[in-house]
Ligand binder design. Structure first.
Ligand SMILES: Cc1cc2nc3c(=O)[nH]c(=O)nc-3n(C[C@H](O)[C@H](O)[C@H](O)COP(=O)(O)O)c2cc1C
Length: 233
């Protein structure tokens, strides 16, 4: 029996299909590859007591050129929104355990991590890259030109999707989301002290401008920018 020529390419097509299905976890389209960076395990101990951290915390707005380490970044994100319980509960309290906050990192000067914008994924304690290149200057421009935003080794941006909380609590949910941003930000500020880093919580910025720099959808609102770096001695 004569085999038609096109039949011979069927096994090749099947192999290509199987290979492409295996890649979907990392490939969004043929041109857009999702980069996920697993962070080092956080260290759950410190030489600084909570009281010492509270006593020493001050807003720091001037930073040196010294980079911060990936381990330090891991600590800062974990204290902000890390998961601490098999049920999914986190380091910071959340009304109804609904978790409307997200943390982004605008990276400029972190050892072993390319400059860019990354989203923190609490479930995997990993960073997912969403933009390339150093975006600190663009972020500073939409934050009234505040130099600390550009000078910090990185900026953690806390954003929120209000609907996640208001769907259960109505208008009062907005208040809850703001309270939660305060919890997360204070955790980050105190951890910065324990790591001998400096930080400042920034609320003065143009919301739409920050949304544009971070590529956020309309329903995701920036609440805080926290520049962090080694303080100038
Ligand atoms: C909601 C809020 C918004 C703030 N916004 C800014 C800001 O836009 N720029 C800035 O440099 N500091 C900002 N700060 C920091 C305050 O200026 C600072 O906390 C205050 O001067 C007290 O100093 P301390 O943090 O050293 O105790 C903000 C603080 C809070 C709580």
């Amino acid at each position: 029996m004569r085999i038609r020529p096109w039949v011979s390419i069927i096994p090749i097509i099947i192999i290509m299909l199987v290979l492409s299905i295996g890649c979907t976890a990392e490939t969004v389209s043929s041109t857009e590859v999702v980069m996920k960076i697993t962070l080092p395990e956080p260290v759950y101990d410190s030489d600084t007591s909570i009281e010492e951290a509270l006593l020493a915390r001050r807003s720091v707005r001037n930073f040196s050129e010294e980079p911060i380490t990936l381990q330090q970044l891991s600590q800062l994100l974990w204290v902000g929104q890390g998961i601490t319980d098999p049920s999914g509960k986190r380091t910071a309290p959340s009304a109804g355990a609904l978790y409307p906050l997200k943390l982004y990192v605008v990276v400029g000067n972190v050892e072993g991590l390319a400059a860019g914008i990354y989203e923190y994924e609490p479930e995997t304690h990993a960073l997912v890259k969403s933009a390339d290149g150093d975006q600190r200057t663009s972020l500073a421009q939409v934050a009234l030109g505040q130099a600390s935003v550009e000078q910090g080794a990185l900026d953690i941006v806390i954003t929120a999707i209000y609907e996640i909380t208001t769907i259960k609590y109505g208008e009062r949910g907005i208040r809850y989301v703001h309270m939660e941003a305060g919890h997360a930000a204070q955790n980050i500020c105190l951890e910065a002290v324990a790591l001998e880093l400096g930080a400042v919580t920034i609320g003065a910025f143009d919301d739409a401008g920050v949304q544009q720099v971070l590529g956020l959808p309309d329903n995701e609102v920036p609440l805080y920018i926290i520049p962090i770096g080694n303080p100038v001695n």
